[in-house]
Ligand binder design. Structure first.
Ligand SMILES: [Zn+2]
Length: 268
């Protein structure tokens, strides 16, 4: 299996990162996409990916940190150009396979909404300039995000809707435009509507992810999430689709390789 979205650079893993990777391998998880969310974590992701063949990286600025790139009126800040230049420089590494995580988060609203829209627009352009797919973070802003992406132009290399929590309409949007859905711990939660979406989507649209250290699957809720737990998500998806876990592993790994254009060795 491949964990298509984790944050192994976080302090939560500082003491036992190697043991966490070993535990993942023991659970059958052999590849990791470490996702940046601001300039510092983008740098850290690239450094980790360059040091470990099992890890790939993304670079980007999360909607929470969009205020770094634009003001409350949505005007780009002077430093936005420097941030974009740094992300571009980092993306010269062949270990960088996407721009992200980028998007809109109207649940926490940690940056002003106009700033979030500007940061998203600037980074959608960056993705096309770098010829990379995108990793979207969307929370309580599905209609706004999908409309804005349509208005600005769907990124040429497409991407994944990480931690997918959209409705059937959002799923239809993703299908029509060739986007994948990142499925993690929430698919194991009671009262989640995600199982219905997984069944509607079918294997061809799915990637496994953890978002570690966040969003642990059952029975690990309340504790640190880690890439090994992607196996629990894989088992749940298999159960929902009436398949063996190995079939879900194979299909989602193939989806990952096709989207991020990685070679056969990665995650094997
Ligand atoms: Zn994340």
């Amino acid at each position: 299996m491949i964990d298509s979205h984790c944050h192994l650079n976080r302090d939560e893993f500082a003491a036992d990162r190697q043991a966490v990777l070993d535990a993942a391998a023991a659970a059958g998880v052999h590849g990791f996409l470490n996702v940046g969310y601001d300039p510092a974590t983008s740098r850290a992701s690239v450094a980790m990916a360059e040091a470990d063949p099992r890890i790939l990286a993304t670079v980007g600025v999360h909607p929470h940190d969009a205020g770094l790139m634009a003001d409350a009126a949505g005007q780009p800040r002077l430093q936005a150009a420097a941030i974009l230049a740094e992300l571009k420089e980092l993306a010269r590494s062949p270990r960088v396979v996407a721009v992200g995580e980028i998007g809109l988060d109207f649940f926490r609203d940690l940056s002003p909404r106009p700033a979030q829209r500007t940061a998203l627009a600037l980074q959608l352009s960056l993705a096309d300039e770098l010829d990379l797919p995108v990793v979207f973070h969307v929370r309580d802003a599905w209609d706004e995000t999908l409309a804005l992406v349509d208005e600005l132009g769907v990124p040429r290399r497409r991407g994944v809707l990480h931690a997918f929590a959209g409705d059937a309409r959002a799923l239809g949007w993703a299908r029509e435009r060739g986007f994948l859905l990142g499925i993690g711990g929430p698919v194991t939660y009671k009262n989640s509507t995600l199982p219905e979406r997984v069944v509607e989507a079918g294997l061809d649209m799915l990637l496994l992810e953890t978002d570690a250290p966040w969003l642990p699957p059952v029975p690990h809720r309340g504790s640190r999430n880690e890439p090994a737990f992607a196996a629990l998500t894989c088992a749940r998806v298999a159960e929902l689709l009436g398949l063996e876990p190995a079939a879900v592993d194979e299909a989602t790994s193939a989806n990952f390789r096709a989207l991020f254009r990685t070679d056969g060795d990665f995650g094997a």
